[in-house]
Every structure is written in C-alpha cells, then in structure tokens.
Design a protein. Structure first.
Length: 199
C-alpha cells in the first residue's frame, strides 16, 4: 500500500483500502489523519480488550470525518465527541465535517453514539451516566489546556483494565498535558502515547 500526506487538506491519501484485523476494510475515500498501521493498531486494541473481558465501549474524542471511528466502531460500541468544526479547512465542507462523517458511517454500516458539542460538556455529561469505556482515544485539541482537559476529564470514564491512547504526541502541548495528568507511560507506538491509570 502506498500512503502519503495530502498537505493542502491535512489528510492522508492511500491507494488501497485499509485492511483491519476485525471488520470491513476502510475505503480509500474516507479522509483522516492516521496511517493504516495506526488504524490497525486501534482496531486490534479495541477488539483484544473486549476479548479480555474489559467492560465498556470505546470513546473517541476528535472524530473529524470518521476515519479512526471506522476502526474503533467495528469492535465497538463507539461514542464519538466532536464539534465537527475546523477553522483551518480550505473549503466550507472541510470546516464542518458532520455530513461527511455521517455519510462515512452509513457507508460502513456503523452507528456510533455521536455527541456533537465541546468535549468538556460531553465528558461532564458522560461522567454523570453509568457509561464507562475499555478504550479511550484522545485526539481533540492540541494545545496544552485542551489536551489536559480531555485527558483528565476522560480518566474517570476509563474501565478497570482499560487503555487510554493519546494521539499526536509530537505536539508539545499534548505531550506536556499527558505527563502532567498523572498517567503512566506504558509504551510509545506509531505516534501515540499509550497510558494506564496509576494505581
């Protein structure tokens, strides 16, 4: 498979669908910011945690057009949090991505629970519910304050034995937020930081 960064649109393009260990392949038409290896890793982690009996669904903060959601929802169930608004998109359609996200979910036959709002509001609401998650992907805002709020707001939602994956570790604010949150670094992998909740 050939993969490349589509810099004008800040997404990746590939010449073949992404074959997942568990579920249908992800078509090349679904845009996003993850390499195939990352999508495979997320899909496998969500599946293996479920097979190990870790309770709860999967939570994604930052969904964009649904590329990572396609990997996470197939071993789901998946809850997605996003405003679906990006200020940098070169076209209006790329600044509000909910229609594209919904179309991609329909194409894949997936039905995640979507909370279209700011992550602080969504996480506060989820903490008042019995919902807990075996896998949480943090891929929202990249400033220190945004990442720290997402990480610390999501920690109480992590099931015992669950895993939190933090994307975009190369952004200084994201890495500093992860370190400041009190989580324990387990292993760096494919642009991610994989953390466990301290005992």
């Amino acid at each position: 498979m050939n993969e490349a960064s589509d810099l004008p649109h800040w997404t990746f393009v590939r010449n073949e669908p992404v074959e997942l260990p568990h579920g249908k392949p992800i078509p090349t038409s679904i845009r996003g910011f993850m390499w195939a290896a990352e999508l495979v890793h997320l899909n496998l982690a969500a599946w293996e945690l479920r097979e190990k009996g870790v309770p709860g669904g999967v939570l994604e903060i930052g969904s964009y057009c649904g590329l990572s959601a396609c990997a996470l929802a197939q071993p789901g169930p998946l809850t997605c949090i996003d405003t679906f608004v990006d200020s940098w998109g070169p076209t209006e359609a790329e600044r509000y991505t909910r229609p594209e996200f919904d179309a991609n979910m329909a194409l894949m036959g997936l039905e995640p629970l979507v909370l279209e709002c700011r992550s602080d509001s969504a996480l506060a609401w989820l903490r008042k519910t019995p919902r807990r998650f075996r896998l949480i992907l943090i891929d929202g805002g990249h400033s220190y304050s945004e990442a720290y709020a997402d990480i610390t707001g999501a920690i109480p939602l992590l099931s015992p034995g669950g895993v939190m994956v933090i994307d975009d570790r190369d952004f200084p604010g994201v890495r500093q937020a992860a370190e400041a949150s009190g989580l324990i670094l387990a292993a760096p992998k494919g642009g991610k930081l994989i953390f466990g909740v301290p005992s």
